[in-house]
Design a protein around this ligand. Structure first.
Ligand SMILES: O=C(O)CCC(=O)C(=O)O
Length: 293
């Protein structure tokens, strides 16, 4: 079952209620063909730029790198991507789902699962992020239809309400597969819902929803862009490494704001946010490199 985003309001009350119950929400027809035709080439170019010089075949990459190519902070060095990251209706939808008057960007990223890319291991996002409350929502935006066999996402329905905070470190797979959180008895009792996502759709998920993805058995890259929004007013909860918090000098207990966390909604100007002056290292996994020539 999916929501259609035909109206000018971001999401219906029924859709918001479904998200609160399930911990995820598929919204079909969120973006037009024209919008996606406009954005996708810029994200493709940004990923190509970030990964240029890395010619290793999949078999020579570590397990994590075989999952997907992750390029974070693309809005910072690609001004053409800002209208997607700060897309007003997307950000308004995030605010509705978070029941927030104001939301900030937590981060954006490309998650490109190349042909033959392995599954995304089941995990929840919140334990990665040093935020005092799990008031964050992700938007998963495919540039093409994502059908079974091609890296479809699965969500453990209602898992965001279990109160779990188990850290499944899918970023450190050098020692092999991580712990399988799906085997935890309270998780195993809940259904995994696989969600095929047509081009134009968005899948939202709560920061505590356990999610995973199939391997990509197709011959083409599963091109996905994601954004994560944070309810305004949340504080840094720990000194767990956070490039963005550290860059903006946000200490434990302080409110998370600053140039790395621009207000995404509501915005009182037509100008897109400007990136922080300090850029991160040029790595696929890291943050913004020097601007593209
Ligand atoms: O795209 C994927 O395979 C995983 C996505 C994910 O983990 C996320 O959006 O938080």
């Amino acid at each position: 079952m999916s929501e259609s985003s035909g109206s000018s309001t971001a999401l219906s009350a029924e859709a918001v209620a479904r998200f609160r119950n399930d911990g995820f929400l598929l919204v079909e027809g969120f973006f037009t063909e024209q919008e996606l035709d406009g954005f996708a080439p810029f994200v493709d170019a940004a990923v190509a730029h970030r990964t240029s010089g890395d010619d290793r075949p999949l078999s020579e990459k570590n397990l994590y790198e075989q999952t997907f190519t992750q390029c974070k902070g693309l809005w910072e060095d690609n001004e053409e991507i800002r209208p997607l990251t700060f897309h007003p209706r997307l950000c308004a939808a995030a605010a509705s789902l978070l029941d927030a008057d104001r939301v900030r960007l937590w981060h954006d990223q490309a998650l490109y699962k190349t042909a033959g890319g392995r599954k995304t291991d089941a995990h929840m996002d919140y334990p990665f992020w040093p935020v005092d409350e799990p008031d964050l929502v992700s938007a998963w935006i495919p540039f093409d239809d994502v059908r079974h066999g091609g890296g479809v996402m699965g969500y453990v329905q209602g898992s965001h309400r279990l109160g779990l905070d188990q850290f499944v470190d899918i970023g450190q797979l050098r020692g092999g597969e991580p712990v399988d959180i799906l085997q935890e008895p309270e998780v195993a009792a809940l259904p995994v819902v696989w969600v095929e996502a047509p081009r134009g759709s968005v899948i939202f998920h709560h920061a505590c929803t356990i999610h995973l993805a199939e391997a990509n058995g197709t011959a083409t890259t599963r091109r996905v862009f994601t954004t994560v929004y944070l309810k305004d007013g949340r504080c840094r909860a720990s000194d767990k490494k956070s490039f963005n918090c550290d860059r903006d000098g946000i200490r434990v207990g302080q409110v998370i704001d600053g140039p790395g966390f621009p207000v995404a909604w509501p915005r009182d100007t037509d100008e897109w946010p400007q990136p922080p002056e300090v850029r991160g290292p040029k790595t696929g996994f890291g943050f913004a490199p020097e601007p593209r020539p």
